[in-house]
Design a protein around this ligand. Structure first.
Ligand SMILES: [Fe+2]
Ligand SMILES: [Fe+2]
Length: 427
C-alpha cells in the first residue's frame, strides 16, 4: 500500500488530482505491454497497473462475468475488443468464443490488475479484455465470455463497421452522449433509448464519473451501460472529471494512446481529442499538430466529426472555450469539419453553422457545434447567444444517421421524446 497525502482540487477549470508528494510506484504497478495475439499491435497498461498478461486457468472464488462492454483498438471493419470483470477480481481465466452464426473461434483474454482510488489507495480492480482481429466487415458476430464451463456469459452480438469501398451505400448510426457523472438512473434510461435505436458506435463526450479514480462510480456506469455497451463499442473523450485516472485507461479500449486518436467508421472520419491534457500547453502544440495532420490526411472523407469534452461554443454555465476557438476552430474551418460533438455543460445546445467565429448561412459553409452533456449529471440552465440555433436544459442523448450523401441528427430525452433534429445533405 502506498502512503502519502493526495487530494482532489476543484478549480474553475475543473478537477485536478494533486499527488506531487507521492513516492514512486512499486515496480509491480508500472504498467507494461503485451502483443495482442493475432492482432499485430501492442496492448499497454499504464502506470498504476500491473503489466498485462495472457489469461491462464486460475479461477477465484466467483468468476461470474460482470460489466461486459466493447471497445475498438484498430480498424473497426476487422477489430473488436470485448472487456469485462469478474465478481471476484482474482480470476485470471477467460476466453471469448465468437463467430458468425455460431461460436466457431476462441480468443484468449489479456488481463491485469490496477489500483483504483486517489493515489492508488482504493481497491484493486482486475480487467479482462479479448482482442478479436481479422473479422469480416459489415458482419454480425455472436460472442460469449467463458471464465470456465460453469461461469459463462449470455450470448451477445455485435456488428463490425461496413467497408464503404465495397458497400458505398452503407449507413451507420453513431450515438453521442456525455456527462453521466453521478446521474446513473438517467444514464440507464438513455442506455435503453439508445439500445432501441441500434447504433453501431457510441461516442461518449467525457465525464462518465464525478471523480475518475473512484471505482464505485465506474461500476455503476458500466453496470447500467451493459445492455447497450455489450453490443456496441464505446469510445470516450477524456473529460476533466476523469483526471487521467488509471480507471479510465484500463476500462476503455481505444485506439493509440487513447486520448487523441482518429478512425474511419462508414463514411465518417472521427477524431477524438483531449481538452484537459496533463500539460495544458499541449492544446496549442502537440494536440493541435495532431489535429492538423489528422484532418489533412482525411481530406477525402465524406463526413468529418470531432468529439471532445469542452465546448468550443456554449451559451450555458461553462461558456465557450477561447483556447479552443483560437487553436482548433481555424482547423475545423479550413478542413470543413461537419460536426463538433462536445459535453461539459449539462444540457443540449446546437449552433448555427460557424466559420471564422461567425454565423454562416449553410452547413456547406461552416461547422455545427453540439453540446451533448445531458447523460445524467445535474442540469445547467441553457442560454442563447448569437450562435445558438437551439438550446434546452434537459437530459438527452443523440444519434447520427450517416450515409454517403446524408447526415441526420436526432436528439431525444430519457423517455425517448424528440428534442432536436436536422439533416445535412451533400451532392
Ligand atoms: Fe460535466
Ligand atoms: Fe466536464
Amino acid at each position: 500500500m502506498r502512503l502519502f497525502a493526495a487530494v482532489v482540487v476543484v478549480t474553475a477549470g475543473g478537477l485536478t488530482a494533486c499527488t506531487e508528494d507521492a513516492p514512486p510506484l512499486p515496480p509491480a504497478l508500472q504498467g507494461g505491454t503485451i502483443e495482442a495475439p493475432g492482432c499485430g499491435y501492442l496492448v499497454t497498461s499504464r502506470e498504476g497497473a500491473e503489466a498485462p498478461l495472457l489469461a491462464d486457468d486460475h479461477l477465484g472464488l466467483d468468476p461470474t462475468v460482470r460489466q461486459v462492454h466493447l471497445g475498438l483498438a484498430a480498424d473497426p471493419r476487422s477489430n473488436m475488443v470485448v472487456m469485462w470483470r469478474t465478481a471476484d477480481d482474482d480470476t485470471r481465466a477467460g476466453v471469448v468464443r465468437h463467430g458468425v452464426g455460431g461460436l466457431t473461434a476462441e480468443t484468449r483474454a489479456i488481463t491485469y490488475m490496477y489500483q483504483s482510488g486517489i493515489g492508488g489507495l482504493g481497491t484493486p480492480v482486475r480487467v479482462h479484455e479479448a482482442h478479436l482481429c481479422g473479422l469480416t466487415a459489415g458482419t454480425e458476430y455472436q460472442y460469449q465470455i467463458v471464465s470456465d464451463e460453469l461461469h459463462v456469459s449470455p450470448l451477445y452480438t455485435f456488428r463490425t463497421a461496413p467497408d464503404i469501398t465495397t458497400d458505398p451505400d452503407a449507413e451507420v448510426i453513431i450515438a453521442n452522449v456525455g456527462d453521466s457523472r453521478d446521474g446513473f438512473a438517467v444514464w440507464a434510461m438513455l442506455v435503453e433509448q439508445l439500445r432501441t435505436r441500434t447504433p453501431d458506435l457510441v461516442l461518449f463526450s467525457g465525464d462518465a464519473v464525478t471523480i475518475g479514480p473512484f471505482q464505485d462510480e465506474w461500476d455503476e456506469f458500466f453496470t447500467a451501460g451493459e445492455p447497450l455497451l455489450s453490443q456496441v463499442p464505446i469510445l470516450s473523450a477524456h473529460g476533466n472529471h476523469e483526471i487521467h485516472a488509471i480507471n479510465f485507461y484500463a476500462q476503455l479500449a481505444m485506439p493509440g494512446e487513447e486520448t487523441n486518436f482518429s478512425l474511419d467508421y462508414g463514411h465518417a472520419h472521427i477524431t477524438v481529442l483531449d481538452t484537459s491534457p496533463p500539460e495544458l500547453g499541449d492544446l496549442t502544440s502537440s494536440i493541435q499538430d495532431f489535429l492538423r495532420d489528422d484532418l489533412a490526411a482525411s481530406s477525402s472523407a465524406r463526413w468529418k466529426l470531432v468529439n471532445h469534452h469542452y465546448g468550443v461554443y456554449s451559451a450555458s454555465n461553462h461558456g465557450s472555450d477561447p483556447t479552443l476557438q483560437a487553436a482548433w476552430a481555424p482547423l475545423y474551418d479550413r478542413h470543413h469539419v461537419d460536426l463538433v460533438l462536445t459535453g461539459h455543460d449539462h444540457n443540449y445546445e446546437r449552433t448555427f453553422p460557424m466559420n471564422n467565429l461567425k454565423v454562416v448561412p449553410t452547413p456547406a459553409e461552416g461547422t455545427i457545434y453540439i453540446v451533448s452533456g445531458g447523460a445524467g449529471a445535474s442540469l445547467y440552465a441553457s442560454g442563447t447567444e448569437a450562435w445558438t440555433a437551439f438550446s434546452t436544459s434537459v437530459h438527452s442523448a443523440l444519434t447520427l444517421r450517416i450515409r454517403n450523401t446524408m447526415l441526420q441528427l436526432d436528439a431525444f430525452d430519457p423517455t425517448g421524446a424528440p428534442i432536436d433534429t436536422f439533416t445535412i445533405t451533400k451532392p
